[in-house]
Design a protein around this ligand. Sequence first.
Ligand SMILES: [Zn+2]
Ligand SMILES: [Zn+2]
Length: 78
Amino acid sequence: MSSIRCAYHPERDALQYCNRCGRAVCNSCVVRAAGGNLCRPCAEGLHRTARPRSAHTWLWLAAGVVLVLLWLVPKLLR
Ligand SMILES: [Zn+2]
Ligand SMILES: [Zn+2]
């Protein structure tokens, strides 16, 4: 009850909150980002979902859908 503990270090006191997931984190877990303080997993998640990458993901998804349709349509027409 005395203090809030870090979500990743149960033995450490939390001094910050992650702006994204709201978890309490200690000073060694906090990552300063453009959007404020983040915990490490959230900071890494931001890197993974960077905009150029997600645009490519959508392109690959669209290409996959087109390929599946090209493969399926001849079978359905028979
Ligand atoms: Zn977080
Ligand atoms: Zn910690």
